[in-house]
Structures are given as structure tokens and as C-alpha cells.
Design a protein around this ligand. Sequence first.
Ligand SMILES: CC(C)(COP(=O)(O)OP(=O)(O)OC[C@H]1O[C@@H](n2cnc3c(N)ncnc32)[C@H](O)[C@@H]1OP(=O)(O)O)[C@@H](O)C(=O)NCCC(=O)NCCS
Length: 160
Amino acid sequence: MMMRSWMAPMGLHIEPSQPRDADAVAKLHAQSFYRGWPKQDIEAYLLDTDTPTLVACDKKRKVAGFAMLRILGDDVELMTIAVDPKYRGKGVGAALLRACFEDLMMTPSKRMILEVAADNPAAIKLYQKLGFTKLSERKGYYARPDGQPATALVMARDLG
Ligand SMILES: CC(C)(COP(=O)(O)OP(=O)(O)OC[C@H]1O[C@@H](n2cnc3c(N)ncnc32)[C@H](O)[C@@H]1OP(=O)(O)O)[C@@H](O)C(=O)NCCC(=O)NCCS
């Protein structure tokens, strides 16, 4: 069996999530996005094998970031990714995505797709750096506090 554990910057490592990570993942998600997800939804995702999640954590297993996928047959969707603000800009997000690519090598998934807000340059640069290219745009897709919805970019990257 392949070891599902990867090194990450800042003394962190990456491993599959556990149900007990729901609190930490919900907090990070709420901190990172204008619209959080109900904790019950996150609990359900962490139990569902169709939404595999990797967490970046420290030696005491305190969660500093996560990436949640949804398996859709040939495609796999990056549902969400977030890194604790204290750990951003150090390569943790990139390490999480690379771990996802490696973890998916033994599965039938052929392509990773995602949606990202056009007003989120940090995420767009991360995705471009890791080989994602833009497929299309969805205007007015994301709610914003000022009432002016933001465009979503749909991006994809071949796996394997
Ligand atoms: C997007 C996010 C996950 C990136 O995580 P991270 O650990 O900070 O990213 P990394 O340090 O691995 O950065 C990798 C690349 O992304 C780009 N990047 C990351 N942060 C950036 C920033 N603030 N501004 C510009 N580019 C940035 C850079 O190209 C960087 O590569 P480089 O360091 O070689 O220049 C993190 O900023 C975050 O949690 N944001 C809030 C949630 C979010 O927006 N998620 C994405 C939703 S689609």
C-alpha cells in the first residue's frame, strides 16, 4: 500500500483527513471565505469517500490547511482549499495540491477541475503555477459583501 503522507513546508506534513478534523476544517473554511459552510456539511464531507480531503498539520496534528476533492468519474473537482493565514505564502497550498495529484495517480480520475473567483489573484497564481489553465468563465457566480457578484473562472489540469 502506498503511504498517504507527504512532507510540507514549515514543519508540516500532509495526510488524509479524519472525522475529528471537522471543527478545524470548518473554522479554517469560515475564516477563508465570505460564505462559510455549515459544520454539519463539513462533517458529512469528511465521512464521504466521494469527497476525499487531505489536511496539512503540525507534529501535534493541529490542522493548518486542507484541500477537499469531489470524485466525479473521469473528473475530480477541487471543492475547496484553504491555508491558515499564519501559514500562507510558504508553499503549503502548493504542497496540498501536489499531494492531491499524487494521491489521485492510482485512481481513474483523469482531470482536476475547479472554480475560482476572478478577484482572487493568490489562488489563480497558485493554480497557474501548478499547471491549471482556464476553460471558461461564469459571470455573477460568487456573492460578495458589496452586492457586486464576482466572476468565476473554471480551470482544469490533466492528471497523470
Ligand atoms: C489560495 C491559498 C490556498 C494559497 O495557499 P498558500 O499556502 O498561501 O500558497 P503557496 O504559498 O503554496 O503559494 C503558491 C503560489 O501561489 C501564488 N500565491 C500565493 N499567495 C499569493 C499572494 N498572496 N499573492 C500572489 N500570489 C500568491 C504564488 O504564485 C505562489 O508561488 P510562489 O511562492 O512560487 O510565488 C491561500 O491563500 C488561502 O487559503 N486563501 C483563502 C482561501 C482561498 O481563496 N482558497 C482558494 C479558493 S478557489
